[in-house]
Design a protein around this ligand. Sequence first.
Ligand SMILES: Cc1ncc(COP(=O)(O)O)c(C=O)c1O
Length: 384
Amino acid sequence: MTILDSSYFDAPIDRRGSHSLRWEKYAGRDVIPLWVADTDFRAPPAVIEALRARVEHGIFGYTMPSPELGAVIIDRMSRLYAWEVKAEWIVYLPGVVSALYMAANRLCAPGQHVLTPDPVYYHLFRAAKAAPRAWTEVPMIVQGGRWVWDEDALAAAVRPESRLLMLCNPHNPGGTIFTRAELQRLAAFAQRHDLLIISDEIHCDLLLDAGKPHVPIASLGSEVSRRTVTVMAPSKTFNIAGAGMAYAIVEDPALREAFAFDLKKSVHDAGLFGYEAGLAAYRDGEDWLCAQLDYLRANRDLVERSVAALPGVRMVHLEATYLAWIDCSGLGLADPQAHFLAHGLGLSPGADFGAPQYVRLNFGTRRVLLEQAMERFEAAVRAA
Ligand SMILES: Cc1ncc(COP(=O)(O)O)c(C=O)c1O
């Protein structure tokens, strides 16, 4: 039996040569890749076992989600959020990003308008741009040491033709777990202006602070649930993003119909291995998840300590995700990402998220590698 403690996450597993997006980007170079949002951890043993058993079967034809997967998701929503979801509300998808593009295109007619937070995971505003729909990026501000919506700016940005509010909760980047009160205000705002909501909750299990629960905005009540498409996935939580499976939860039948209209023509079904991995992860992966959160918490603390000790860089305390959002404006660099890359660190450029003076550092990696990365980070800061 695998003992789930930090040794599982410390295990040195070489991802080079495994066609990992994250590692191939800098193949052959002395660069520690801390950019795209997956981790360097092996998935839960239960997932590996389930996939092994499925591979042994040897036939990988067209497939469908098992009723058990739906039941596990329904149970999870009820247990974690007291949110009573019905099987027919669930729409399976190959990934969360597809849902963002579908929402911008289908829930918002030409001539209507989208509200997105800024900064944010870039596919939110890119979805509006691709639809194409007019959109306004509403600033997030630091208040009480947390990144939150600037609610005055939100009120100023809404237009009569606004139709869709895009949320990312927990927030990427910035790591905010929005509180029930904050979400209630957003829900009331959506109601006042008759907005639909697409809520990207892919990071909902990566909660690093005790006593700060995730609240799906749709779980606040039927008024908000009726106007919301919630998107979740086991992919970030259990490091199975390559398996390809996500799901939307949409209570209102007309909204579900509009969102999933012609689903087959826009995206492929989720994959067989995604369904298998997702089911095993949700059903049998809780111990692994707890151990992973302990490990990530210690990594987060290491990054926060390192950043706090250095001049010219800063970050607010990260409540969730494994993605540190670091303000480098004190360094006076034209291109912070390029500067860190020159010092052997592959970070995500803040410009992608709408903030060129920031970098995003993925600390979902082995502790020893992260320690080495933070040494490089310090050298880069001191050289700036
Ligand atoms: C907020 C957010 N949404 C969606 C995704 C990607 O989702 P998927 O791989 O399921 O398309 C990411 C990945 O980093 C993310 O951070």
